[in-house]
Design a protein around this ligand. Structure first.
Ligand code: COA
Length: 324
C-alpha cells in the first residue's frame, strides 16, 4: 500500500514577552528604521527565564492536536526540529513526548538550523510513505534568544523565539498530486560552514556560552540563489509553474530575501505569507508559525497548493510542495 502524508492540523506559539526594535535601540547602536528597512522585522518574542524550547513546542503541539481532533495517544512519532534543544541530550522531542503523555510514540530531534522545518518534513514524510508511522507530530521549536550576542547589532536584531507544529497522517491516495506532502527537496554545501555558526556549545545556564556568528552579506547573496534553485526544483518536479501555487510560505529570515525570490518567480505579493514583522527569524519554527497564521486567518484552505522553502546554516536549503 502506498501512503501519502496528509496535513491534519497545525499550531503555533509565541512567548508572551515582546522585544521591539525601539526597545533594542535603547541598548544597541541601531534604529527601528534601519532594522525595518533592511529586514522587515518590527519585533520578536523572547522566552522567559526557565521557559525552554520543549515548553514552546508543547504549546504549539497542543493547538495542532486540537485542530486535528486527535489526542496524544494517537501519535506514533514525534520529531522536533531545533537548533536550541533543552539540553545537548536527550532529544527535546523526548521531553515533548513526556509532557504531552504521548506514550506510544517514538521521538527524536533533527538539526538543520533554519532549514530544519523542510528537512524534518522530509523525514516525517518518509516515515509515513514507508508505512513506519501513521500519525506524526512534527514541530519546529526554537529559543534563538539564548544563542545571541546582544552586543552584536549585525545578528541580535534578526532572531526570536517561537514554535510551530504540524500533524501529519498517513492516507492512501490514488494520485500523487491529490493531497498531502507532494515532494521535498533538500540540499547542503558544507563549504559555507563558517558563514553562519555558533562559536561554542550550548550552555543555557552558564555565563559563557556559544553565540551566533554570521557573514550577513554572504548569507544574503547565497539565499536568493539557493532558494531559487530549491523552488525551481519543486516546480519542475511536478511540471508546475509559480502560477499554480496558491500560497508561498517562505522561511521568515529577511523580507528582502523573500521579495527577491518572489520577483524571480513572479509570485504576486498577495500569495506570499509574511510574518517576519511579528516574530523575526525563529529558525526551524518560522515556516510552521507562518503556516499556522495563514490557516487561522482563513487564507490557506483545504485543497490549496502551498510552496515552502528555507535556507540556513550549513549551508542547508530546501523546498516542499504541500497540497493542504
Ligand atoms: N543597525 C544599524 N546599522 C547596522 C546594523 C544595525 N542593526 N547592522 C549592521 N549595521 C551597519 C554595519 O555596521 C555597516 O556599517 P559600516 O558600513 O559603517 O561598517 C552597515 O550597516 C552595512 O552592514 P552590512 O552587514 O553590509 O549590512 P547589510 O545591508 O548586508 O544588512 C543584514 C545586514 C544582516 C540585515 C543582511 O546582511 C542580511 O539580512 N543577511 C542575511 C541574514 C540572514 O538572513 N541570516 C539568517 C539566514 S537563515
Amino acid at each position: 500500500m502506498a501512503y501519502i502524508s496528509e496535513v491534519m492540523g497545525c499550531g503555533g506559539y509565541l512567548p508572551a514577552k515582546i522585544l521591539t526594535n525601539q526597545e533594542l535601540a535603547q541598548t544597541l547602536d541601531t534604529t527601528d528604521e534601519w532594522i525595518v528597512e533592511r529586514t522587515g522585522i518590527h519585533r520578536r518574542h523572547i522566552a522567559d527565564n526557565g521557559q525552554l524550547t520543549s515548553d514552546l513546542a508543547v504549546q504549539a503541539a497542543k493547538q495542532a492536536l486540537e485542530q486535528a481532533d486527535l489526542s496524544a495517544d494517537d501519535i506514533d512519532c514525534i520529531i522536533v526540529a531545533t537548533t536550541t534543544p533543552d539540553h545537548p541530550f536527550p532529544a527535546t522531542a523526548a521531553r515533548v513526548q513526556s509532557k504531552l503523555g504521548a506514550s506510544k510514540a517514538f521521538a527524536f530531534d533533527i538539526q538543520a538550523v533554519c532549514s530544519g522545518f523542510v528537512y524534518g518534513l522530509a523525514v516525517a514524510d518518509n516515515f509515513i510513505r514507508t508505512g513506519q508511522a501513521k500519525i506524526v507530530l512534527f514541530i519546529g521549536a526554537e529559543t534563538m534568544s539564548r544563542l545571541l550576542d546582544w552586543h552584536d547589532r549585525r545578528t541580535c536584531i534578526l532572531f526570536g523565539d517561537g514554535a510551530g507544529a504540524l500533524l501529519l497522517k498517513a492516507s492512501s491516495s490514488p494520485s500523487s498530486l491529490s493531497s498531502g506532502v507532494l515532494s521535498t527537496h533538500l540540499f547542503s554545501d558544507g563549504h559555507h560552514y563558517d558563514a553562519l555558526y555558533v562559536d561554542d556549545t550550548i550552555r543555557i545556564d552558564a555565563l559563557s556560552r556559544g553565540v551566533i556568528r554570521m557573514q550577513g552579506r554572504e548569507i544574503f547573496k547565497s539565499a536568493v540563489e539557493k532558494i531559487g534553485q530549491a523552488v525551481q526544483k519543486a516546480l519542475d518536479n511536478h511540471k508546475l509553474t509559480a502560477n499554480d501555487i496558491d500560497w508561498f510560505v517562505p522561511h521568515q529570515a529577511n523580507q528582502r530575501i523573500i521579495m527577491g525570490v518572489c520577483e524571480r518567480f513572479s509570485i504576486p505579493v498577495e500569495k506570499m505569507v509574511l510574518t517576519i514583522a511579528e516574530h523575526a527569524n525563529t529558525s526551524a519554527a518560522s515556516i510552521p508559525l507562518a503556516l499556522n497564521t495563514a490557516v487561522q486567518d482563513g487564507r490557506i484552505q483545504k485543497g490549496h497548493l502551498v510552496l515552502i522553502e528555507a535556507m540556513g546554516g550549513g549551508l542547508t536549503w530546501g523546498s516542499s510542495l504541500i497540497r493542504w
